[in-house]
Design a protein around this ligand. Structure first.
Ligand SMILES: [Zn+2]
Ligand SMILES: [Zn+2]
Length: 277
């Protein structure tokens, strides 16, 4: 039976957990003590959001987080064959320079994203996309591919469908359905078109920033649970978690098919094969 493996490389919000701000107050301002607890319980140690999806000996990375290098080393990731970008906020793209270790000479690594994201990447990393004539070492060779919401494409035998979601001032923030997985790390409002794409998946990954108060660009836990219930996945994992989510204390309040993700968590989904006579 063929399978798809999902690895959570990072599950933290843009500050990461523990966050520098809490350290600066000797953790006095940390709402649930999560930043201090992170020193004992690794499930509270959250690097910036990214996942790896592996199928048929190929590896699809979603976003190159600010913690990309540490994540690759922690999970001993041997290969990256394509990168999908959700949007261009710093926590999701900041690790792009280190992708060079996964580039093979003369073979540009494909990176996919909405036009807005690709434009932002090319501006932010001008030295990669408009390299100087005399190239030094270490410039990753990338091939950009613009994707459009609702338009599916095939990647290493998996059907990939981007869907636009509302997240702050971004106009084209995307979540992706990748085979049996829906990955939506940053969303405040999910339009109906996206709900249709993400409904009924085996594994839904959704952002849940904190319990309260409401946040202008991210779902809080209660709203994330409600949205997950509406989408009817087999299981749902919450990611993009701040230090306001305590893995041990908050988990019992979740529905039985939902849980918090943590860095290094892996989920394997077996795919049914069509029997051939
Ligand atoms: Zn804290
Ligand atoms: Zn984010």
């Amino acid at each position: 039976m063929a399978s798809v493996k999902l690895t959570f490389l990072g599950t933290g919000t843009s500050h990461g957990v523990p966050c520098i701000d809490c350290m600066l107050t000797d953790y006095a301002a940390c709402p649930q003590g999560v930043c201090r607890a992170a020193q004992q319980d690794a499930r509270h140690s959250r690097t910036r959001c990214s996942v790896l999806v592996e199928a048929a000996d190929r590896a699809i990375l979603v976003d190159t987080s600010l913690d990309f290098r540490a994540q690759m080393l922690a999970q001993r990731v041997r290969q990256v064959d394509a990168v999908l970008f959700t949007h261009s906020h710093a926590d999701h793209i900041g690790g792009l320079p280190d992708i060079r270790s996964y580039c093979r000479p003369g073979q540009a690594l494909p990176i996919y994203g909405a036009q807005e994201t690709i434009t932002a990447l090319t501006r932010r990393f001008d030295y990669i996309f408009n390299p100087p004539e005399i190239k030094g070492g270490g410039i990753p060779e990338l091939a950009t591919q613009v994707v459009r919401a609702g338009e599916s494409f095939s990647l290493f035998g998996l059907e990939v469908t981007p869907a636009r979601v509302e997240h702050g001032s971004t106009r084209e923030c995307l979540g992706y359905r990748i085979g049996p997985i829906a990955y939506v790390p940053d969303v405040k409002v999910m339009p109906d078109e996206a709900k249709a794409i993400f409904s009924g998946v085996d594994v839904l990954v959704l952002n849940a920033l904190r319990r309260a108060p409401e946040h202008p660009t991210h779902l809080t836990l209660e709203a994330s649970v409600a949205l997950a219930q509406e989408l009817h996945p087999k299981v749902c994992y919450f990611t993009h978690l701040s230090h306001d989510i305590h893995y041990v204390h908050d988990q019992p309040s979740l529905p039985s098919n939902m849980d918090f993700a943590y860095d290094g968590l892996t989920v394997t989904i077996e795919l049914p094969r069509i029997p051939r006579a």
